[in-house]
Design a protein around this ligand. Structure first.
Ligand code: HEC
Length: 233
């Protein structure tokens, strides 16, 4: 390579890519290089990664579901926490895992101040937002107070649509259903299998204290956000 050529290459905006190529040639990698955007042909390859083999044992399904529920941070809101004075921080109450806002536990006592998104209650399962108070639901399979009577299809429809069982009331913030709405069916299936494998805990979570017009406004907001995302694709 002639010196003038080298200089031209080094000055070009392609420098990081060229440097990476050179590193690759000597067997090193270049972690700063951003991955290429996905080609449309990659969809089939992605589907192959997302799609587990047709026959998965129930134990494997539950194991995978547990991984996803942990990764999804579901317990961060659905498992009550208690403040541990020795540790100086809130810790999850393992024996109440994923059972939602404990019946009779207090709602947040303070009011959100100007600019606050919400005040979080003592058990980290209740949220007082400017539009009202929302309580994290019981995700254990208790038939009366949890998801025991839900079908797999209803769970998946909830996550895809942001409405309970696909057609019911809209799920209120801070439930981050949007994070799950495009998740492969196999993942949602595994998460539901794990939740249904838990020991049922009878715990009747209070209904949200949010006025109807505020619920309607939130439903509208979700629709607008969804339309904006689809436009941006
Ligand atoms: C930031 C807090 C938060 C996180 C994280 C969270 N949730 Fe929720 N979730 C809530 C709240 C609050 C509600 C109640 C919303 C309402 O009443 O509209 C809820 C409601 C639900 C419901 C509806 C249950 C019913 O009976 O209506 C399901 C199902 C659910 N969450 C599943 C999950 C799963 C699965 C995850 C993890 C991927 C998760 N949530 C993560 C806060 C959270």
């Amino acid at each position: 390579m002639y010196p003038s050529q080298t200089i031209r290459i080094l000055r070009s905006t392609q420098l990081p890519r060229t440097a990476c190529l050179m590193l690759a040639l000597v067997g090193s990698s270049c972690s700063r290089e951003r991955p290429e955007p996905l080609r449309s042909e990659s969809r089939a390859e992605i589907a192959a990664v997302e799609q587990p083999p047709a026959e998965v044992s129930p134990q494997l399904l539950v194991h995978r579901g547990e991984q996803l529920v942990r990764l999804g941070g579901c317990g961060d809101c659905h498992t009550p926490m208690a403040f541990d004075p020795k540790l100086g921080m809130p810790v999850p109450q393992r024996h109440l895992a994923l059972s939602g806002h404990p019946e009779g536990a207090p709602a947040p006592s303070g009011q959100p101040q100007a600019g606050d998104q919400a005040v979080i209650g003592a058990s980290f399962t209740s949220f007082k937002a400017p539009f009202g108070v929302v309580y994290a639901s019981n995700l254990t399979p208790d038939p009366e107070t949890g998801l025991g009577s839900w079908t797999r299809e209803e769970f998946i429809a909830t996550m895809r649509s942001g409405h309970r069982k696909g057609t019911g009331r809209v799920l209120l913030p801070p439930m981050p259903w949007q994070n799950l709405s495009n998740q492969p069916e196999a993942d949602l299936n595994a998460m539901f299998a794990y939740l249904q494998s838990l020991a049922p805990i009878k715990n009747r979570v209070p209904q949200p204290e949010v006025p109807e017009p505020a619920i309607a406004a939130i439903a509208k907001g979700y629709e607008l956000a969804r339309a904006a995302t689809q436009e941006g694709q």
